[in-house]
Design a protein around this ligand. Structure first.
Ligand SMILES: NC(=O)c1ccc[n+]([C@@H]2O[C@H](COP(=O)([O-])OP(=O)(O)OC[C@H]3O[C@@H](n4cnc5c(N)ncnc54)[C@H](O)[C@@H]3O)[C@@H](O)[C@H]2O)c1
Length: 258
């Protein structure tokens, strides 16, 4: 049975009710996990307010600010987790960013600063998370990230984010090899296209979703809840033999050649 009772799960990347992270947090909560979440701090405090309101029904025991480009804030977040929970069992990395200007057009036009910024937020942050989570996962653990097929194959407009996802997926493998002896598993879910704040920045997302309706074996794209269910499985002992893998939750689209 999928039971996460007694597990402490920290979920990053909730922006609003469409966020994949929100789908994941709800499923982890349903399976009995004790939940913590972050919000991306902004000057007017809007993100914090929005996240606090949204997550109320799942009653998180931690709601912390985190911008993955702010090392001090990141350290504070993991210190707060250590202080409040003692141990961490599940860490969900569900965030990414690229300047909208470079999620379309010619890939060769991406300037160095936009490239580095995208790779820093979208890929390096997983490695940095693992660095902090390692000493807290004293009873083993599960680290999970979110990827997309555009990190393996060329997808229209995905451009620099595809390169970041490629780095992210390889980080999953290196981290899984490093952390396996501590019984910390590291996996990724490669999700089909879902309409969210982040995906709306990628040119032609609605066309991609329509394409899924015609081409994917299940003749549709996937929901946040379906991604959340797989996340709960990967976070649980039911998947105790799985690490270093990228699991496709994409209605089967990845297998198609045409
Ligand atoms: N929506 C899709 O179609 C789809 C498909 C496959 C994979 N994904 C991946 O799922 C993950 C979640 O995206 P989503 O689609 O739910 O969109 P979303 O906009 O709801 O979530 C993106 C999150 O990234 C956070 N973020 C951005 N910059 C940050 C920073 N510097 N520090 C901390 N957090 C920061 C945002 O606050 C937001 O919560 C991303 O990794 C995305 O690439 C999305």
């Amino acid at each position: 049975m999928l039971d996460l009772t007694g597990k402490n799960a920290f979920v990053t990347g909730i922006a609003n009710n469409r966020s994949i992270a929100w789908g994941i947090a709800q499923q982890l909560h349903k399976a009995g996990a004790n939940i913590g979440v972050n919000y991306l701090p902004d000057e007017k405090g809007r993100n914090e307010k929005k996240v606090r309101q949204l997550v109320e029904p799942i009653n998180p025991s931690l709601i912390l600010p985190c911008n993955v480009q702010d090392d001090a804030l990141m350290a504070e977040m993991f210190n707060a987790i250590a202080e409040k929970w003692g141990k961490l069992d599940i860490l969900i990395h569900c965030l990414a960013f690229a300047n909208k200007e470079y999620l379309g057009g010619d890939y060769s036009n991406v300037p160095r600063d936009a490239f580095l910024n995208c790779l820093d937020i979208s890929a390096y942050s997983l490695t940095h998370f693992a660095h902090f989570a390692k000493p807290l996962m004293t009873e083993g653990g599960s680290i999970l990230t979110l990827s997309y097929l555009g990190g393996v194959k060329v997808m229209p407009n995905y451009n620099v984010m595809g390169v970041a996802k490629s780095a992210l997926e390889m980080s999953v493998r290196y981290l899984a090899a490093e952390l396996g002896p501590q019984n910390i598993r590291v996996n990724g879910i490669s999700a089909g296209p879902i309409r969210t704040l982040a995906s709306s920045a990628v040119g032609g997302i609605l066309d991609m979703i329509k394409h899924m309706d015609n081409t994917a074996p299940l003749k549709r794209t996937v929901t946040q809840q379906e991604v959340g269910n797989t996340a709960a499985f990967l976070a649980s002992d039911l998947s105790s033999g799985i690490t270093g893998q990228i699991i496709y939750v994409d209605a089967g689209y990845e297998i198609m050649g045409m």
